[in-house]
Design a protein around this ligand. Structure first.
Ligand code: COA
Length: 162
């Protein structure tokens, strides 16, 4: 059984991330989407909210699980008996950061390989910060996130305005 971990901040999950999940689930027997901690970021949604949101989005996929972890990615992967880490590469600008993380993760755990997948080119410009910003400013994000994410985003932003 080949298991892969797809880590990220997912604040929120977008169609670009879902594109990667769909590609990964065709390659691996099981894909575990891991809501991770990036010390550089202060997410809008809590870990639990992001896990619940992603679970709703991927519930139709039989071989996709969702979890969160606040330790090292490679530790989580080992615990889950995963042999691969999946990351998306949208543009050349992603490369240096991803290359550094992949090599560091390999240094930490030689038996886990990072696999890069390219989402559809229509998602090249997409990221979660832009989605949050557009939503905050009243723009339409329906092309970028599923309806449930759009609803949760506007609910969250409304609750913060109170
Ligand atoms: N479609 C759309 N957007 C995408 C995307 C795709 N396919 N792939 C990435 N992005 C966007 C994300 O939305 C995110 O946007 P944002 O910066 O506006 O929030 C951005 O690209 C970065 O992506 P993400 O995949 O969330 O990575 P990250 O840099 O936030 O997180 C971790 C990196 C979580 C994987 C890394 O910090 C980690 O492994 N943490 C665990 C602790 C650890 O092991 N640290 C040591 C690492 S060597």
């Amino acid at each position: 059984m080949k298991t892969a971990v797809y880590p990220g901040t997912f604040d929120p999950i977008t169609y670009g991330h879902i594109d990667i999940i769909e590609r990964a689930r065709d390659i691996f027997d099981k894909v575990i989407v891991m809501v991770a901690q990036n010390p550089e970021k202060q997410p809008l949604f809590t870990d639990t909210e992001r896990v619940t949101m992603i679970k709703k989005v991927v519930s139709k996929y039989r071989n996709v699980e969702v979890d969160s972890y606040d330790g090292l990615l490679v530790e989580f992967a080992k615990r889950k008996k995963a042999t691969a880490i999946v990351r998306g590469l949208r543009a050349v600008s992603d490369f240096e950061y991803e290359f550094q993380m992949a090599l560091m993760n390999r240094k930490l755990e030689a038996n886990i390989t990072t696999v890069f997948l390219m989402p559809h080119e229509k998602y090249t410009y997409l990221n979660s910060s832009l989605v949050r910003e557009i939503s905050r400013l009243g723009g339409d994000v329906s092309e970028f996130v599923p309806p449930i994410v759009r609803q949760l985003l506007s609910k969250k932003l409304k609750s913060l305005r109170k």
